[in-house]
Design a protein around this ligand. Structure first.
Ligand code: PLP
Length: 387
């Protein structure tokens, strides 16, 4: 068989291999604390589960429009209006099977040999994987640890060239939890006015997960980007729905038809019952989201404090998401070695910084979507690994 050589350039998401190894060790009877995979440890709120079950009982068993059912796209439009203060017609919204397909589609649309794509490093590994697969040249841009892993506009703008086709941004960021400030975002958008041909993919999947009174700054709030902005968001993190596979994206008018065509070619539509559950998530009570966020906030304080108490470890306080990304260079270990020792010797799953990019070999990511007791025990185990 002769396959496309581009396949050899596809990367992966190490969180899934660490999850598999953790499950293997667990099956052997080992006690594993999983701070590896990025998913809430809470179940999907009951009202959402019930809406999914009801949809199945009501006979929603068939295909839906490729874009998603209209009431769901209307609910998304209303949610965008309520939370971001922006009017978007449902015709520009596509319901997707999770957040990931939007990056697959957007990067496929702009990536080709000779094109450059600017992406966050450290960042969600699928960006780099897809850029490589598309044949485009990856151009990493890094946040500053001293800014709590926030991006500076000037750093991003300095990476743009006449060959840049797409800029990928992710706020709050995975794996750092960093959030770009409003001032830097304003400066970035002003700078982008000199680059009208650069499209922007804004991954806002953690937009509801902000701490310390921070407000989400959506790129949708900037009219100068309207005709070249793709926004990725979804239910996975906010509503603890990672396994349901439900996300959405907002596309510029000029791209929405081709994006829909990609949907028809790849998955036809999202599971019908899941879409009904998605309506309930957006329009039903939000108290479960609020209490999950309060729990994450408490855990954030605990894990940041405990990590900063360890010798050789430096951990900025994350502004959003549910990750910490300590620098562990002072321990004399790199992230990959620590990842292996933590999992194999101490039963703690975490992900080496190198899985998120070339610049982060001295970091490791912990997801604090786990109980306070487990977080305390995991960091105590880490202390034993380090001494
Ligand atoms: N974007 C970022 C930054 C993520 O961290 C993730 C998941 O970890 C996704 C997108 C993908 O989300 P989904 O599981 O809905 O595909």
């Amino acid at each position: 068989m002769q396959t496309d050589p581009a396949l050899a350039r596809l990367g992966t998401e190490s969180a899934f291999s660490v999850l598999a190894r953790a499950a293997e060790l667990q099956a052997q009877g080992r006690d594993i604390i999983n701070l590896g995979i990025g998913q809430p440890d809470f179940p999907t709120p009951d009202n959402i589960v019930e809406a999914g079950i009801k949809a199945l009982r009501d006979g929603h068993h068939g295909y839906t429009p490729a874009k998603g059912i209209l009431p769901l796209r209307e609910a998304v439009a209303a949610d965008i209006h309520a939370r971001r203060g922006v009017e978007v017609g449902p015709e520009r919204i596509l319901v997707m099977p999770g957040g990931k397909p939007t990056m697959f589609f957007a990067i496929s649309m702009f990536g080709q040999a000779g094109a450059e794509i600017v992406y966050p490093d450290p960042g969600f590994p699928i960006y780099r994987s897809m850029v490589d697969y598309s044949g485009a040249t990856p151009v990493p841009v890094s946040p500053r640890e001293e800014d709590g892993f926030g991006y500076r506009a000037a750093d991003i703008l300095s990476r743009l060239t006449p060959r840049t086709r797409l800029l990928i941004l992710n706020n709050p960021n995975n794996p750092t939890g960093g959030v770009m400030t409003r001032e830097e975002t304003d400066a970035l958008v002003t700078g982008l006015e000199d680059w009208p041909d650069v499209a922007v993919l804004s991954d806002e999947i953690y937009s509801r997960m902000l701490y310390g009174g921070r407000k989400h700054v959506s790129l949708m709030n900037y009219p100068s980007l309207k005709n070249r902005l793709i926004v990725l968001d979804g239910w996975s993190k906010t509503y603890a729905m990672t396994g349901w596979r439900l996300g959405y994206s907002v596309w510029p008018e000029t791209l929405v038809d081709v994006a829909e065509r990609l949907c028809v070619n790849s998955h036809s539509c999202v599971n019908a019952a899941t879409q009904h559950a998605g309506i309930e998530a957006l329009t039903g009570p939000q108290d479960a989201v609020d209490s999950m966020m309060q729990a994450f906030d408490r855990r954030r304080h605990i894990i940041v404090g405990l990590l900063n108490d360890l010798p050789g470890v430096r951990c900025p306080d994350p502004g959003g998401a549910f990750y910490v990304f300590p620098n562990i260079e002072g321990t004399g270990l790199d992230g990959q070695t620590l990842q292996t020792r933590l999992l194999e010797n101490a039963g703690v799953a975490a992900i080496a910084g190198a899985s998120f990019g070339e610049t982060a070999t001295g970091n490791i990511r912990f997801s604090y979507a786990n109980s306070e007791d487990n977080i305390r025990e995991a960091i105590a185990r880490m202390q034993r690994v380090l001494t």
